[in-house]
Write a protein that binds this ligand. Structure first.
Ligand SMILES: [Zn+2]
Length: 86
């Protein structure tokens, strides 16, 4: 590696709750939220998607009214349904 080469910033990669890359900037949130969550609680040691689903089912998540919040709600409902079928 050439030490004099101009360092390039790493590409921004947004990863959604299920680990897939989120392609659109809107999914980051609207300024009042982060990825659709307003003041998201700590997830502890659980995997992110699992922690968020449990928090969602307990009513601990405050989802934003913006597009990101709506998308997050749909995703959480999907995970919740999948978990219920196990
Ligand atoms: Zn928002």
């Amino acid at each position: 590696m050439n030490p004099r080469a101009t360092p390039q910033p790493p590409p921004i990669r947004l990863v959604g709750i299920d680990g897939t890359v989120v392609p659109d900037r809107w999914a980051q949130g609207c300024g009042r939220c982060t990825f659709g969550l307003v003041h998201p609680p700590d997830i502890g040691h659980r995997p992110l998607y699992s922690a968020r689903r449990i928090q969602f089912e307990r009513g601990e998540l405050q989802l934003c009214e913006c597009r990101a919040g709506a998308a997050y709600a749909i995703l959480l409902l999907k995970y919740s349904e999948q978990e219920a079928q196990r």
